[in-house]
Structures are given as structure tokens and as C-alpha cells.
Write a protein that binds this ligand. Sequence first.
Ligand SMILES: Cc1cc2nc3c(=O)[nH]c(=O)nc-3n(C[C@H](O)[C@H](O)[C@H](O)COP(=O)(O)OP(=O)(O)OC[C@H]3O[C@@H](n4cnc5c(N)ncnc54)[C@H](O)[C@@H]3O)c2cc1C
Length: 265
Amino acid sequence: MNIVIPIKQVPETSDVKMDKEKGTMIRDGVQTVINPLDLYALEAGIELKEKFGGKITVITMGPPSAVKALKEAVSMGCDDAILLSDKQFAGSDTWATSYTLAEAIKEIKDYDLVVAGERATDGDTGQVGPGIAAWLDLPLATYVSSIESVEDNSIVVERLVEEGYQKLKLPLPSLLTVVKEISNPRLPTLRGKKRARATEVPVYTAESMDLDSDSLGLNGSPTKVVKIDFPKVTRGGVKVAADGESGAGEAVDRLIDFLKEKELI
Ligand SMILES: Cc1cc2nc3c(=O)[nH]c(=O)nc-3n(C[C@H](O)[C@H](O)[C@H](O)COP(=O)(O)OP(=O)(O)OC[C@H]3O[C@@H](n4cnc5c(N)ncnc54)[C@H](O)[C@@H]3O)c2cc1C
């Protein structure tokens, strides 16, 4: 069973900053990680490979530094990695992102399943997985919480829905977006890290995929950010540092004084 897993490199949540003028996220100089929800997609894919054989190709669209996320996925157990990176991809909304990823998946050709995360912790739309399915005309199951069985040409999955669970049988190839319940992500192994270091990551560009620039990046993005607003902080907080045993005691005293002052105790 050959599987493609699109993963996104995202800023560590506490680092997210926005460019008010452009309406985009400031990504330069920010620490990044694999989108935490994509780790569940990676683990689900690796477990399927362990059971049924085949290989996993992990892909991401992002800046050259996103190769770090791909290598981490290889060190967990993925086989091949592809980076989609080109200035023309910059400013992509979910429409252009899913289009570009779908075009790269077409180039992979021999695949049975695409497994995406439920959503990314930065953009947070949950649209890219379903978008890829639409561009590739693949059957889609979202919010998949378990994979029940795989037969020759079909897969049976359980989806998490508001009322409980829904069982679906999909023909292969198809696309799943998965929720946390599906797996417990493993840590990279030393052997995996060595393999990742030796893995060559090809870079696909607009030119190498023969894509029309009108469909890419900002040009190909129907979403227009009109204005960005930040939530107003309505309550100020007081931080009490508690270093060592005496510090902890002082912090507790201050907390008790505060609660008394507010007549809460
Ligand atoms: C006008 C505009 C400009 C923007 N400019 C940029 C920009 O310059 N750079 C930028 O990074 N974002 C940009 N964005 C944000 C961009 O739309 C989203 O980050 C991106 O389309 C993914 O959407 P999401 O984060 O909501 O992913 P979701 O749909 O929440 O992600 C779901 C799943 O899709 C897969 N996935 C998502 N994104 C990728 C990816 N890039 N590669 C591989 N798999 C992926 C993962 O499996 C993920 O778990 C811009 C948005 C707008 C509206």
C-alpha cells in the first residue's frame, strides 16, 4: 500500500505573530515544528505500511527550511520526501495550497491512499485535505478516528461525528483526514535519524511541475484578507515568580493576600 502524507511546518504556537499590513503570518526567524496534528497522520500511515507493506511519501509545501519537517517524518518511518518550494507558491491560500499539493501528488502517480491531518495549528481551516481530494477527484473521509480494515481495493474507516461514530467503506485510492484518536505518534529512532540524514529531498518547483503561475501563490488565491484584528485583553494578570522553596512560600502568601483583598476567601 503506497501512501502519501502531506504535512505542514508550523510556528510553535506561542510564537505566532501577524503582519497587520499584509494580513499574513510572520514566519521569518520563528521556531517551527511539524504541525502537531500531522504526527497522528504520520503514525497512522506508518502503521498501515508495517501491516501491508508499500512505502510512504511525505510532502510539504513551504520554504527551503521545511526540509527539516520532512526529515523528521523520515526519521519516524517514512520512506521518501518531497519539498514543494518556489517563490511563486508564496502567499497561497487554502485553494492554491491544495491545488499545488494535488499537482505534486499527481506526479507521484502510484499511490493508494492520502492521509492528511485534521487541520493545521496556524491556518486552522481544515480545508487543505478536502481541497486536495477535490482537485484529485478522490473519495474523502474526514475526522477519521480509526482504520478498521483494508481490502484489495477498499478501506473501511470510522469517523468521529457529533452523534458518535460513522463507519464508511471507501474505494482506493482515497483521502483521509485524521483526528488524534487514530494513533499514538512514535518518536524518531536513532536509526531513523541516520536514514533521514542520508535521504535526498527533491524540490518541486512551478517550472518542474509545469504549473501555470496564475493558479499559484497570491495570484491563484481567491481569499483576500481585508483586515486583521487582535482580541483585546480585557483582564490584566499578575505574574508571581516562585523560585526555590522560599520563593514558593512567598508566592503562596501573595496569592492568599490577593484572594483576601478581593474578599474571595
Ligand atoms: C491571502 C493569504 C496569504 C497567505 N500566505 C501564506 C504564505 O505566504 N505562507 C503560508 O504558509 N501560508 C499562507 N497563508 C495561509 C495559508 O492559507 C494556509 O496556511 C495554508 O493554505 C494551509 O491552510 P491551513 O493552515 O488552514 O491548513 P489546514 O487545512 O488546517 O491543514 C489541514 C492539513 O492539510 C495539510 N497541509 C496544510 N498545509 C500544508 C502544506 N503547506 N504542505 C503540506 N500539507 C499541508 C496537512 O496535512 C494539514 O494537517 C495565506 C493565507 C491567505 C488567506
